[in-house]
Design a protein around this ligand. Structure first.
Ligand code: GP9
Ligand code: MN
Length: 621
């Protein structure tokens, strides 16, 4: 090991140049803002582990070849970096394996690739050229390096990687398991590590796909069809041809509905709207790590998200038959409106797969310091600007609006708060109430705008809470709010989120107590629009159907029946909240397991690609 540094002079030089180049690219070519010195430090160090790892392979080669291989690896790494730079100039995103095969994306790029390249880009290759000259003329070599040096360098790479991931994990917990944003991944683990990560992720899902066969879907299809429920005859098609306005209520749980804080309603607009809508107080979110994106996935597909990771990331190349795609055949245009970076939750890619015609992401909005708070554009500005965009979109449309202000850490200035903070002493819970109230106000303003713009009458409105906002870490404060202890039973009950179906001019409005969840939204919407779903593989049932079962299963396996609730191996009596005989929960035990397992099987095996064309089918009653 002695004198390793003198033996590896050239190796170090090439590494440092590549490293510097990466950091320069981060600063000049990509938009990767950092918010603290730790984040900046992570950004600086993150390319290093993979650079050393890649270059260390050169040391395996014979004395005469090493330097050449080193040069080649440096060149290939630069090409990969440069490919990302060019791609980013057009898509403001990083390359991911699926997009390489996504012809529509690459087609766009193909046309304008020349305009994305400029002559100064040669500078990215300047180090390779200069060092290449010295290597090829044999002025510098790596001849003195020893075989063992390669292992030493691998060890260094691994240590750097572990430190890097450790730091990133403290900055962004669950970054790798949840995979929520490419930009954040690149910021935290670097471009090259990100590509390696992407390769592992994609190959894992490809492998499972390869081993799946078409017979698997037959059983599932039979099962699902046997469980279908006939739509409500009076309501089927009642909104035929109307626009659908779908609103995702960020982090909104049902415990705020019809409640007051210091004498003021927390959701005055929603409370009013509920009186003129179908409202479901026993509606549960069914999300897991994919949070908002899981909710979107479940709502559009009537399939469950995955037990870990976000299906939006892990299985964005699957075949699905999501609501936007189904509605396309009915002449609908579909769009999603959300003022966040488009690669967040891999939405830009997944929306193409799901059949959305347009994603109005961050760049379609005018976002300034004044109109932003917390995660970005304030909901009121978001809806106002969205309403402007909506004037120009084709009708009928299926439009999804994803709110953001009521997102952890629930920041909002005192001046903009319509209600007081709570006083539990737990900041997260205390701040939650004003941001929920703010979101409520933004929806009121949105409705007013749509009325003024003549879109209201012609639309139906579906509002759903995406997932919990207050996690179990805040049980003490929640116990204070609810004035009772938070038992496992209460924890499940806290997973209820609002679900509202508002049909302008429709008089039959009521509170429907039946238990349901996000999985039931798709058939509910399609039936209102008069679209048959007999040939779809869905795990939910129309919430307005008369003989549907009052039931929902959560992603962690807990399930809720009309009178009982199962969680944590116990069966609870909903009337008392007390543990009751397990046999009371037995009727839905197998079904709950089956639903989750079949849905996962479909996603892991990409089974919907095997689906047969529609055949004649009758409801089984
Ligand atoms: C991000 C927004 C919030 O675009 O949807 O995501 P979340 O953290 O709630 O899943
Ligand atoms: Mn969310």
């Amino acid at each position: 090991m002695k004198n390793i540094h003198s033996r590896l002079g050239l190796f170090y030089l090439v590494s440092v140049l590549l490293w510097l180049k990466m950091y320069l690219a981060y600063k000049t070519q990509f938009n990767l803002p950092t918010e603290s010195w730790t984040q900046e430090f992570i950004l600086i160090m993150n390319p290093l582990s993979s650079i050393i790892l890649f270059l260390a392979f050169s040391l395996f080669f014979s004395e005469n070849k090493r330097a050449h291989v080193l040069l080649l690896i440096s060149l290939l790494s630069t090409i990969l970096l440069y490919a990302n730079i060019v791609y980013y100039r057009f898509f403001t995103d990083f390359i991911t394996i699926p997009v390489l095969f996504q012809t529509s994306n690459m087609g766009d790029l193909g046309d304008s690739i020349l305009s994305l390249i400029n002559v100064y880009d040669i500078l990215f290759f300047i180090d390779v050229v200069i060092i290449g000259y010295f290597i090829l003329t044999k002025k510098v070599t790596l001849k003195r390096a020893k075989f063992a040096d390669s292992w030493a360098m691998f060890a260094v790479a691994i240590i750097l990687f572990v430190v890097n991931v450790g730091l990133a994990e403290t900055e962004r917990p669950q970054l790798l398991t949840r995979t929520f944003d490419r930009e954040m991944l690149v910021k935290n683990i670097g471009t090259y590590n990100y590509h390696l990560y992407d390769i592992v992720l994609q190959s894992k899902s490809k492998a499972q796909r390869v081993f799946a066969d078409s017979s698997e879907i037959v059983d599932i299809e039979n099962y699902v069809k046997a469980n279908q429920v006939r739509p409500n005859d009076d309501l089927f098609g009642i909104a035929k041809g109307k626009n659908v306005v779908l609103i995702s209520l960020e982090s909104t749980q049902s415990f705020v509905i019809n409640e007051k804080i210091n004498g003021k309603e927390i959701t005055p607009f929603l409370n009013d709207l509920i009186k003129d809508s179908y409202y479901f107080p026993n509606f549960y979110h069914q999300t897991s790590q994919g949070k908002t994106s899981d909710a979107e996935f479940i709502v559009d597909n009537s399939l469950f998200g995955l037990p870990s990771g976000a299906v939006y990331f892990t299985h964005s190349q699957n075949e699905y038959k999501a609501t936007p795609e189904i509605l396309k055949d009915e002449g609908y245009y579909s769009a999603s409106f959300h003022a966040n970076n488009k690669s967040f939750w891999n939405r830009d890619i997944m929306y193409l797969t799901l059949g959305y015609d347009q994603y109005f992401s961050q760049r379609y909005y005018d976002i300034t310091e004044e109109n932003s708070v917390g995660w970005g554009l304030k909901d009121i500005d978001f809806f106002n600007q969205s309403a402007d965009i909506m004037k120009d979109i084709p009708q009928p449309f299926y439009a999804k609006f994803i709110t953001l202000t009521n997102h952890h850490p629930f920041k909002l200035s005192k001046e903009e708060s319509y209600v007081d903070r709570y006083d539990s002493g737990d900041g997260t819970v205390d701040r939650f109430f004003p941001t929920v109230r703010y979101m409520d106000e933004s929806i009121k303003i949105f409705f007013d705008r749509l009325k003024a713009d003549g879109l209201y009458e012609n639309s139906i409105f579906i509002l759903y809470g995406d997932h919990y906002g207050i996690s179990e870490n805040h049980n003490d404060a929640m116990a204070k709010w609810l004035d009772r202890e938070i038992t496992p039973f209460e924890t499940v009950q806290l997973q209820r989120v609002p679900f509202i179906v508002h049909i302008p001019g429709h008089k039959d409005t009521r509170v429907i107590d039946s238990v349901g969840g996000q999985i039931d939204v798709k058939p509910t919407i399609l039936h209102l629009l008069g679209i048959e779903t007999t040939n779809d593989i869905m795990f939910g049932t129309d919430l307005l159907a008369e003989n549907r079962e009052s039931y929902a299963v959560l992603r962690d396996g807990s399930y809720i029946m009309e009178d009982y609730l199962f969680t944590d191996s116990n069966c609870y009596d909903k009337a008392t909240g007390e543990i009751t005989d397990i046999s009371n929960c037995e009727p839905y035990r197998e079904k709950s397991r089956q639903h989750l397992q079949y849905s996962d099987q479909i996603i892991y095996g990409d089974l919907l690609r095997f689906l047969n064309k529609p055949e004649n089918f009758k409801y089984q009653q």
